[in-house]
Design a binder for this molecule. Structure first.
Ligand code: AMP
Length: 197
């Protein structure tokens, strides 16, 4: 059976948002983008939105406690019962631990983590090409640095636990989507592959 409780990991510009949406239609489980949820909160000028607006604009991370509350509430909704694709969460080791606790509370656990890998030079090229008016070069650089310092340690964390699928993100969107589907539906993770050879 396909794995349906998934985390997508990857640097800004890796295309993970697009790929999460595509896999969401394919598997029939929601793609949950914490970045989008926060941007919506900012737009709606909710209490949460007012709290996180400034830090988001700087390219830095919203605090782990706030994020845990946001994700816990979202995963408790009915449409996430049969599975979900988390896009943009967790982003720190503390968030990975919080996610485990949230899922354990619901008698669930993660099936797999998909890492979309793209060379840094290509990320910078893509970031500049799609630069929005609120993305100054400095904000782009901050986002990449934050990814390297705080989020990249998750790669090792999930690889050590045998949950990681690495996908080459430096190909066409269709090819990346196919590689992800194969990894998920094949169900083999790095540990199992290592055992097979
Ligand atoms: P994204 O669209 O995933 O790049 O998220 C946009 C912004 O929202 C990030 O730069 C962070 O400021 C904030 N954000 C989204 N997800 C998280 C998270 N898991 N932890 C902390 N901040 C987050």
């Amino acid at each position: 059976m396909a794995e349906t409780r998934l985390v997508f990991l990857g640097p800004p510009g890796s295309g993970k948002g697009t790929q999460a949406e595509r896999l969401s239609s394919r598997l029939g489980v929601p793609a949950i983008s914490t970045g989008k949820m926060l941007r919506d909160a900012v737009k709606a000028e909710s209490e949460l939105g007012r709290r996180v607006g400034e830090i988001m604009g700087s390219g830095d991370l919203v605090d782990d406690e706030t994020m845990a509350a946001v994700v816990q509430e979202r995963l408790a909704q009915d449409d996430a019962r049969a599975g979900f694709i988390l896009d943009g969460y967790p982003r720190t080791l503390a968030q990975a631990a919080a996610l485990d606790a949230i899922l354990a509370d619901m008698d669930e656990q993660l099936d797999a983590v998909v890492l979309i890998e793209v060379p840094e030079a290509e990320l910078v090229r893509r970031a500049l090409a799609r630069q929005r008016e609120d993305d100054t070069e400095e904000v782009i650089r901050t986002r990449l640095e934050v990814y390297r310092d705080k989020t990249e340690p998750l790669v090792r964390h999930y690889a050590d636990r045998g949950r990681l699928h690495r996908v080459d993100g430096h190909q066409s969107m269709d090819e990346v989507a196919e590689a992800i589907a194969e990894a998920i539906e094949g169900g083999l993770n790095e540990t199992e592959m290592a055992v097979e050879v």
